[in-house]
Design a protein around this ligand. Structure first.
Ligand code: KG4
Ligand code: ZN
Length: 374
């Protein structure tokens, strides 16, 4: 991984491929049915010529009481949801299985049992309908969620992809050419949100709750440390530890002490009385860690088309910070609609569409992978 990138010529030579008509090679209509099942959302989407016609999502509430996703329960819920979700996606799109030119699925990364459900379903349909099969990388699809709206970023662009399992800065040169130039060396940004929320006694997934409770809080009230990590890489494990000590000391210190200063009752009282400011301060620090690395990458690559993606891009603080920083630094900023930030099949469908144009098909023997290489 380079510490710095001097790639300003990329930005100077930016080519907007969207000036060309987006059609199948012979000008025909391309309709794709895509399935996403990598974690705890079962989703199906139909996309025609790069336009999303439907995006059905079934969320799995079964995990809430366990404080995290339980893989076996997720697989079972996918099995229950997949038929109605695919049916709804096709019906909403106003088409039938006969109209589908290719079937796509999330191949990796994710929970292997969950991935298997979507993969097998897509394969079965491809086999039955005698149509091509397209395998999609979940993290690449998060990046390409930015190509769903009509106002798309020109290439090259940078994308800060922030989800429950990943935190990456991706340099995207075309729909199928992208590379990770920075990533987390420990926890992901979404994990930092979720683990902080758990320390505050909030249910899983805690990210949206920290966002919600922190809305009217003061982000400068409590100062959590910012790690000094080289290059464009991130670290969030130190922040998590400092929040743990901060709560154990009822706000008096973010460092470990031989005997913590507060009793369990005092800690709880401190949390109850200061929830808004604690959440705003945690969110403020996570956002500043993300934005500082994004600013460094934008400056050193010379790229001013900047996107965010992934579940954490639904965060109000991050969305506002991106827009404000963009306005100050002359960036063109892009943020997917809320429904395309968290896991969804529309992003799989749009990625599959570009793969279709490139005739990038896979065989029925292709297997999903929990940790596929980028
Ligand atoms: O991309 P995603 O839906 O699933 C993965 O691929 O991981 O991301 C889920 C993550 C969770 O950690 C969740 O807490 C976080 O996104 N998240 C948020 C918000 N909405 C979702 N974090 C902070 N603020 C939000 N509004
Ligand atoms: Zn995701």
């Amino acid at each position: 991984m380079n510490d710095t990138l001097n790639n300003s010529s990329l930005a100077d030579n930016a080519v907007n491929i969207f000036k060309q008509p987006l059609q199948g090679g012979d000008g025909s209509v391309v309709t794709i049915l895509a399935i996403e099942s990598s974690c705890d959302e079962t989703s199906a989407s139909v996309c025609r010529d790069g336009i999303i016609l439907s995006n059905s999502i079934a969320t799995q509430s079964v995990h809430e009481k366990y404080g995290g996703v339980v893989p076996e329960l997720a697989s079972r819920a996918h099995l229950q949801n997949i038929v109605p979700v695919v049916d709804e996606a096709i019906t909403t799109a106003g088409c039938s299985l006969d109209d589908i030119n290719a079937f796509a699925f999330t191949q990796a990364p994710g929970l292997i049992g969950s991935l298997l459900v979507g993969a097998q379903f897509a394969k079965s349909m491809a086999l039955a309908m005698d149509k091509p099969l397209i395998a999609v990388h979940h993290m690449r699809a998060h990046v390409l969620a930015n190509l769903i709206p009509t106002d798309k970023p020109a290439f090259p662009f940078l994308c800060l992809t922030v989800s429950g399992g990943h935190t990456q800065i991706v340099l995207c040169e075309s729909p199928l050419q992208m590379k990770v130039i920075g990533e987390t060396i420990d926890d992901a940004a979404g994990e930092a949100f979720d683990k902080s929320a758990k320390l505050l006694g909030l249910p899983y997934p805690g990210g949206p709750l920290i966002d919600q409770y922190g809305t009217n809080g003061n982000p400068n009230r409590f100062a959590f440390p910012e790690p000094q990590i080289p290059g464009y890489n991130f670290s969030f494990s130190g922040l998590k530890t400092s929040i743990l000590y901060f709560l154990k000391n009822a706000g008096t210190s973010t460092v470990f002490k031989e005997s913590f200063t507060a009793t369990a009752e005092e800690r709880q009282l401190f949390i109850d009385e200061n929830m808004a400011d604690i959440c705003a301060s945690i969110q403020g620090r996570i956002v500043s860690i993300l934005m500082n690395k994004l600013k460094k990458a934008a400056k050193e690559t010379g790229i001013k088309n900047i996107c965010i993606a992934g579940g954490v891009s639904a965060n109000k603080g991050l969305r506002t910070a991106l827009q404000e920083t963009g306005a100050n630094l002359g960036w063109k900023t892009y943020i997917p609609a809320f429904e395309y930030c968290t896991d969804n099949a529309a992003m799989i469908a749009i990625t599959a569409y570009y793969k279709y144009l490139n005739q990038d098909f896979v065989s029925l023997h292709t297997v999903p992978s929990a940790r596929a290489a980028w």
